[in-house]
Write a protein that binds this ligand. Structure first.
Ligand code: FES
Length: 511
């Protein structure tokens, strides 16, 4: 059984985020070898870790699920055939381990017999050496027993149950890791982990999710019409939207890191819900067909078109790309804007909304090493929410700060959500600020400067700023005055600037 664990598994077992363990590794408190940590070291730092009990894990997942609005109830157990196959493999592994243990026991017994014989020696020096060897062996055996007991596992402190319920997948060459839980396919699990791998229909028809399994075993769990040739099968190719892992896997597949790597898609979606979190703002929730999901990166925006008059607008996506079917948009009241008027007065549940997306470059750098500071003004919270949820799904950032400036009637309309993030995540800090809409940008900037000064973070942060153009301009100037380099900042002015029609990816902003 394993004595070393990957960081992602160790974090799940200890009930902490991967970012927290990475910070300990960086600080030298936790040793890591080739990306693996020792079970013993993990137990010393987190004595409460229960390698054979998932209660802590469940609790943390529950909190995160509530904070992020994710449904974990629907993915409790893997497909029965897959589970049976994983258990059969575990049985084989257990038998091998038992045989190994019996062999070691026999070796120990013979060693003991020989040591007993040597103990009878007349030579005092030999007797001392024998005593020393016996003592060393006994201490090593005792220490092993204590650690196994602390782990609450009869199986040498290994995370055997996790390999059955949540096999690990590593994507090469980019080296991303995630766990596949419940009845998820590999594609679903990758998306939940915030990773944008290539796909189209999610339904086994288009072949765009085809990838090579470098090591490990998978099993078909969803029917698919797309045919993989025998030669490709022999080379290890599989459709990631149709298979689940039987064992831990290494898969060769690219992960989109930049907006230009994701094509613009046109999808007819339906209004699922219209929520009014405040008198002057609404959250529009639309659902795509099961076979036409929207692939995008957190923070990007869409062109929405609806109604008999085909009113349209560019609106930021306000949900995590890990939920590619249930899209959210935050829209503020504006009597001058026909699109906003239509949304507030005529739009009904079930109406069709044409979604053309994704556009924009307000996205998270994939190699996130710095702390992140998000600064939103009013409905600028929409794209920032999308970014934050994407970052939480990626689970790589060690510190996040959100400053939400509410300038008038719109208010902090999702204040409870921000507070639940802060409660659930040790590394997330939230500061709501209220300013007078009538006051000038200089007084906004002064209030914001005070909040930025209070952020005590030793790292060099990256800044993500979204809100009305006069706000993003003011923050740009402020950050410049504070000595923050432009390379550390990304801005999304609202409404987004028009995009060229027929755009096929790349820089989405026209002219
Ligand atoms: S996404 Fe179309 S076959 Fe998998």
């Amino acid at each position: 059984m394993e004595k070393r664990l990957s960081v992602i598994r160790a974090a799940r077992l200890a009930g902490v985020t991967r970012a927290e363990l990475q910070s300990l590794i960086k600080g030298g408190q936790l040793a890591s070898f080739d990306g693996l940590v020792e079970v013993d070291d993990l137990l010393r730092l987190y004595p409460e870790t229960r390698l054979a009990d998932d209660r802590t894990l469940e609790r943390v997942e529950q909190i995160k699920a509530e904070a992020l609005g994710k449904d974990i109830a629907g993915r409790s157990l893997p497909d029965p055939q897959v589970l049976a196959q994983r258990l059969a493999r575990l049985g084989t592994q257990l038998t091998r381990t038992r045989q190994q243990a019996e062999h070691y026991a026999a070796v120990l017994e013979s060693l003991e017999t020989r040591l007993r014989a040597l103990e009878k020696s007349q030579d005092a020096e030999t007797r001392a050496v024998v005593q020393d060897i016996k003592h060393t062996v006994q201490s090593a055996l005792h220490e092993r027993r204590v650690l196994s007991y602390a782990a609450g596992s009869g199986l040498d402190g290994g995370s055997w149950w996790m390999s059955v319920l949540a096999p690990q997948v590593r994507l090469v060459p980019d080296d991303h890791e995630f766990l596949v839980e419940g009845a998820d396919t590999i594609l679903e699990a990758a998306l939940r982990a915030g990773l944008s791998i290539g796909y189209g229909c999610s339904n086994g028809n288009c072949g765009e999710c085809k990838a090579r399994i470098v090591s490990g075993e998978v099993r078909d769990v969803r029917p698919h019409d797309f045919v993989i040739s025998e030669t490709e099968r022999a080379e290890g190719y599989a459709l990631l939207c149709s298979v689940a892992p039987v064992t831990d896997l290494v898969i060769e597949v690219g992960v989109a890191r930049k907006p230009e790597q994701i094509p613009v898609q046109n999808i007819d979606a339906k209004v699922r819900e219209i929520v009014r979190p405040g008198p002057h703002v609404l959250v529009l929730k639309v659902q795509t067909p099961r076979t036409r999901r929207l692939r995008f990166l957190g923070g990007q925006y869409a062109r929405l078109q609806m109604g008999e008059d085909a009113v349209e607008a560019l609106v930021p996506l306000a949900n995590c790309p890990c939920d590619d079917r249930n899209l959210a948009f935050h829209i503020t009241e504006n009597r001058e804007d026909p699109f906003a008027v239509h949304c507030f007065e005529q739009l009904r549940k079930g109406a069709t909304v044409r979604v053309e997306a994704p556009f924009g470059t307000f996205v998270i750098e994939h190699e996130i090493e710095r702390p992140l500071v998000f600064i939103a003004c009013d409905a600028g919270f929409g794209p920032v929410k999308s970014l934050i949820e994407h970052v939480i799904a990626l689970d790589r950032v060690e510190a996040m700060h959100l400053i939400w400036v509410a300038s008038g009637a719109v208010g902090h309309y999702e204040d409870n959500l921000c507070r639940s993030w802060e409660d659930a995540l040790d590394h997330f800090h939230y500061r709501p600020i209220r300013v007078n809409a009538a006051s000038d940008v200089d007084s906004w900037a002064a209030t914001l400067a005070g909040s930025l000064e209070r952020i005590q973070d030793p790292g060099l942060p990256s800044y993500y700023v979204a809100g009305p153009e006069r706000f993003t301009d003011a923050v740009r100037e402020l950050l410049g005055r504070l000595g923050v380099s432009n390379a550390q900042c990304r801005y999304q002015a609202l409404p987004p600037r028009p995009v060229a029609r027929g755009h096929d990816g790349g820089d989405a902003i026209a002219g």
